[in-house]
Design a protein around this ligand. Structure first.
Ligand code: G3P
Length: 216
């Protein structure tokens, strides 16, 4: 499973990238609004750090406007992927952009029917938001499971990005289901390698090694 970081923060991106396991970045207007810099400039800086796909979201709600914004965002860097919401206008824009060879990430996906239609329109990625479904007492991971089943039924190549991940179990479950990508906030990425028994084990090995040196 590919690992993307879900943030627009340069420090977090640099840190996660230094682990050597980062495949891409997803941003959204909320994440960009938390940074001090102008969004296009910030996206350019992000694209300079990570060579994999960088999702940048359009704001317009009408397909013509979406395509126009997509063209501008694509000029930032060749690895920019256009994030478009799962609406009928988004569907139209996705069809136009996919015919023009522009990569897209269909966001705010909350149903399998949305996922199937955007795949037919040529979406490169689909982003089911698991955490936000959990927030309203629906099981978010069931959506990822259902999309995987439907895509596999028809050999659909649109890649599933499990998004709105809130904790390590979301990440693990995404891997069990066969999600192509998980986009994970930095705070959760850091938790993925943590284990108290690893820390206790290191401490014991260090102490025993020191004892051995002292006794030689
Ligand atoms: O990738 C989508 C993500 O940014 C949304 O996460 O936590 O705001 O639901 P959240």
């Amino acid at each position: 499973m590919k690992l993307f970081i879900d943030t627009a923060n340069l420090e977090e991106i640099k840190k996660a990238n230094s682990y050597g396991v980062l495949d891409g970045v997803t941003t959204n207007p909320t994440l960009l609004s938390r940074e001090k810099s102008e969004p296009m400039a910030q996206l350019k800086k992000i694209a300079e750090i990570v060579k994999g796909p960088i999702s940048a979201e359009i704001i317009g709600l009408e397909s013509g406007k979406m395509v126009e914004e997509a063209r501008k965002l694509s000029e930032i860097s060749s690895n920019i992927v256009i994030k478009i919401p799962c609406t009928t206008e988004g569907l139209k824009a996705t069809s136009m952009l996919s015919r023009a060879g522009v990569k897209t990430n269909l966001t705010l996906c909350f149903s399998s029917s949305q996922a199937l239609l955007v795949a037919k329109a040529g979406a490169t990625y689909i982003s089911p938001f698991v955490g936000r479904l959990d927030d309203i007492s629906l099981e978010g991971m069931n959506l990822v499971r259902d999309i995987r089943l439907i895509y596999d039924n028809y050999g659909i190549g649109t890649q599933i990005i499990t998004a709105s991940i809130r904790h390590p179990l979301h990440f693990l479950e995404a891997a069990r289901i066969g999600s192509d990508v998980a986009t994970v906030p930095f705070s959760v990425i850091d938790k993925l390698m943590k284990h108290p028994l690893t820390d206790i084990g290191i401490e014991r090995f260090t102490q025993d090694w020191k004892k051995l040196q002292d006794n030689l």
